[in-house]
Design a protein around this ligand. Sequence first.
Ligand SMILES: Cc1cc2nc3c(=O)[nH]c(=O)nc-3n(C[C@H](O)[C@H](O)[C@H](O)COP(=O)(O)OP(=O)(O)OC[C@H]3O[C@@H](n4cnc5c(N)ncnc54)[C@H](O)[C@@H]3O)c2cc1C
Ligand code: FES
Length: 354
Amino acid sequence: MLHSNLAEALAYPHGIDRYIELVRPLQVKGEMRAEVTGVHHQTAKSVTLTLAPSENWRGLRAGQFVGVSVVIDGVRETRPYSPAGSEHERNGTLELTVSTHPEGKVSRHLRDQAQPGMIVGLTAPQGQFVLPDPRPERVLLISGGSGITPVMAMLRTLCDEGYSGEIGFLNYARSPQLALYSGELAQLARRHHSLHVARGFTQGRAQGLKGRFGRKHLRAAGVDHRTAATYVCGPPTLIESVRALWAADGLKQPAVETFTAPVQRFETVAATGAVHFLASERTATNTGLPLLEQAEDAGLRPNHGCRMGICNTCATRKTEGTVRNIITGALSSACDEQIRLCVCVPVGDVALDL
Ligand SMILES: Cc1cc2nc3c(=O)[nH]c(=O)nc-3n(C[C@H](O)[C@H](O)[C@H](O)COP(=O)(O)OP(=O)(O)OC[C@H]3O[C@@H](n4cnc5c(N)ncnc54)[C@H](O)[C@@H]3O)c2cc1C
Ligand code: FES
């Protein structure tokens, strides 16, 4: 009834969502949302949220991520998060485990402010960091820090499916106090004989694997890495070490995902031209940095999420000029095209609808 043409006509000119928003914020039809129904703190630096999505939510595959939006000081901020729950979660809820960054806006807001009843925005799920169908014979899941979330989703999904192949789960945290999902991982390992859990602590003298990823740690994960479908999520240093070991063994590279952009250097000295921010009527000298940073330096606040070309939150229309994609190196000169500001640097004059 609320979404009928009649209701829409009666609500003209504002649209029915404007009124539904006031009484039932989860039922607006133009946007996907979720209500926080549970909040708990596994560690001092993280928060785990249970989210009940609105009716228009269609589920996701374990390992995918969603954009989560919150309003902070009147500004809507969106960040990608990989739900950690099984894709077969019976009541359709999502679980997010958010680790805080010392100066992070959204992660600290969620840790400190999230309460049952809070409404957040959700985007459709994205990402190819997912288990194949049919499932492989053995699976190796390697993670570090907050990167545990997508592989936890894969592990829980496999356990829910009664998967009988071998699973190795190798996870790194700084210390046992900062380790996520410790109790559940121990329980799953007791229940599933083909699951081997190995935990490494990079600081202190806690029991477990010491130091950083290497061949010895791989053996502790209990599955043959040469024949296992391998998924790695963690900081760029962990991913580089895994890639190097796979290359040394002549193996096909594993599937990887990172939550933090690798540090990049940019050619700023030779930059030429100007960046025209048309909607804001501002012009800045091209500094050679990615356009997201140039826009922020010019005092604008473009929407952004991952800052590394994954989530599409910063997509903006370029009306003129050439940009270079810093990941692929490709140049693009088309007029009226959507570009991702976080991974495009201008080559000469560029005009943006921003
Ligand atoms: C695919 C994907 C999935 C993810 N899943 C998870 C997950 O499950 N759990 C999780 O905890 N995190 C996840 N993340 C990370 C998450 O999206 C956020 O990046 C994280 O929560 C930090 O956001 P924030 O708003 O708190 O920090 P921000 O305010 O965005 O800041 C993050 C860091 O960047 C620095 N920074 C901010 N602005 C600038 C700037 N202009 N220039 C340079 N540096 C700057 C800050 O100092 C800080 O150290 C995921 C990321 C991706 C890409
Ligand atoms: S901020 Fe995610 S693609 Fe640019």
